[in-house]
Design a protein around this ligand. Structure first.
Ligand code: FES
Length: 135
């Protein structure tokens, strides 16, 4: 399953069952997330912030392919954090290597919103995959 690391034993969090929005900063793009479309792709846990972002052309770096083995998908959840899946020990370990950590930092491939809140998520400038992905 996308988003899982075979060396980490954990149950994947349940994805959202109701519609909600995510606003990505600093580009200030708001997406409506439809639970019927989850998983959007195969990268990151189903319904994770990374899964949703990539499906909507919001590029967040994800060097390990979304399996909780790097810290490049670091994001900062500015609003709606109470609706996010609990941080696993594996996420906590990898996140500790991310630059610019804040109390609201998460790994976007491992963070699954339950849909009860609208989110505002900041992508740190070192994580925006603009140069590699743009043509
Ligand atoms: S993409 Fe590597 S930990 Fe999220």
């Amino acid at each position: 399953m996308g988003g899982t690391n075979p060396y980490i034993q954990q149950d994947a969090p349940q994805p959202a069952t109701q519609k909600f929005t995510i606003t990505f900063l600093p580009m200030n793009v708001t997406l409506e997330v439809d639970p019927e479309s989850i998983p959007y792709g195969v990268t990151g846990l189903p319904g994770s912030i990374l899964d949703i972002a990539l499906a909507h052309a919001i590029e967040i770096d994800h060097a390990c392919g979304g399996v909780c083995a790097c810290s490049t998908c670091h994001c900062i959840v500015r609003e709606g954090g109470e609706s996010l899946s609990e941080m696993s020990d594996g996420e906590e370990d990898e996140l500790s290597f991310a630059p610019g950590l804040t109390p609201h930092s998460r790994l976007s491939c491992q963070t699954v919103p339950d849909g009860t809140r609208n989110l505002v998520v900041e992508i740190p400038d070192w994580n925006r995959n603009i140069v590699r992905e743009s043509h």
